[in-house]
Unconditional design. Structure first.
Length: 324
């Protein structure tokens, strides 16, 4: 039985990835913080249905000794490094901890794997934020990195650490340059979940308005379960490489809002307010990725389009309210 280690297993992607790997017969291990065990109702809610089938290890990614212990105990064949402070907006407010955590955690994990599980294949969650203020769209693997947020800078430094470990030490390590990917398990701070949860509350008469930032920002939104499939495919390839994972389509936040509100029989213009506090500095780019390489080399294919993702998110949000 192949063993896989997932950091960030309780997040949106970690939970879908754990499901995928279990369905393929893997022994699945995850690293979580002590606080997640203590507050499991909230912090482990995405994986509550998997708890009797996965192995959780309490460790802190900023403590290299605790990471070494986990790596030596498991000796994973594959490691998916998804854990990171991932909300881009916070990175404008909390530069030092986001930069330190994201870069150091990646470094410690790579160092532990190199020393104690050198044959382990490693996936690293890169991001379209690596591209930052590019002018051309769509972006692909040849587009130069030019991050415009501390989060993006932390991902770029981590990416170069990964590449360095691949080139210097021969580790089988891959980076997925993932564009936004959504699902009913998306955190409430991200714009898609914020829009869906607010629109549902408005529909149910629980609130009247929602305040958003830049409605003209463009994103390439995909379906999270498709993106974890891409992660797995990267580690099954003959050689390690980096891949853009995206849909090739871009939509504005306004279009997303309109689709959600219309699906609930509402007119968004009656309910959406624009609040400058949610605007971000330097956001002029149309983020749109070209998935040609992963489609042609690894045979990856997305299964859901934006309207299907929205329909699933809205249905799940309504169900949460009906459950109580
Ligand atoms: P993003 O996701 O920063 O692209 O990063 P987010 O959903 O936060 O923002 C998407 C776009 O919506 C605009 N926006 C708002 N965003 C939020 N959160 N709240 C608002 O009220 C609002 N109004 C408008 C934003 O300006 C932005 O343009 C996500 C994360 O998952 C990263 O970790 C990941 O690396 C990238 O996607 C790919």
């Amino acid at each position: 039985m192949k063993k896989a280690l997932i950091t960030g297993i309780a997040g949106q992607d970690g939970s879908y990835l754990a499901e995928l790997l279990l369905s393929k017969g893997y022994e699945v291990h995850g690293v979580v913080r002590r606080i997640a065990i203590e507050d499991s109702e909230h912090k482990l809610k995405n994986i509550s249905h998997l708890l009797d089938r996965i192995h959780l290890h309490v460790a802190s990614l900023d403590n290299v000794l605790s990471l070494i212990k986990v790596v030596r105990t498991i000796e994973p064949a594959e490691c998916y490094h998804l854990a990171a402070s991932s909300f881009v907006s916070y990175s404008f407010e909390d530069e030092i901890s986001i930069l330190n955590n994201n870069v150091n955690n990646t470094h410690y994990l790579l160092a532990a794997l190199r020393e104690f599980a050198p044959d382990c294949r490693i996936y690293f969650a890169g991001s379209s934020e690596l591209f930052g203020s590019v002018v051309a769209a769509p972006q692909d693997e040849t587009t130069p990195f030019n991050p415009r947020s501390i989060y993006g800078i932390s991902k770029m430094a981590s990416y170069h650490l990964l590449k360095n470990y691949r080139e210097q030490y021969g580790l089988f390590s891959c980076a997925g340059i993932l564009y936004n990917h959504e699902s009913p398990r998306r955190g409430y701070e991200f714009v898609t979940r914020k829009i869906v949860s607010s629109a549902v509350k408005i529909k149910l008469g629980l609130q009247k308005t929602v305040a958003l930032g830049n409605l003209d920002a463009h994103r390439d939104w995909g379906y999270a379960p498709d993106y974890v499939q891409a992660m797995w495919l990267m580690l099954q390839a003959d050689t390690p490489d980096d891949y853009v994972v995206a849909t090739g389509e871009t939509h504005s936040v306004r279009e997303f809002v309109e689709l959600v509100f219309t699906s609930l029989g509402l007119d968004y213009q009656d309910h959406v307010q624009v609040d400058p506090q949610f605007f971000r500095p330097t956001e002029k780019v149309r983020l749109c990725g070209n998935p040609h390489k992963i489609e042609s080399v690894l045979g990856w294919k997305r299964t859901a389009c934006l309207s299907e993702i929205i329909a699933e998110m809205v249905t799940a949000e309504l169900a949460l309210h009906h459950q109580g």
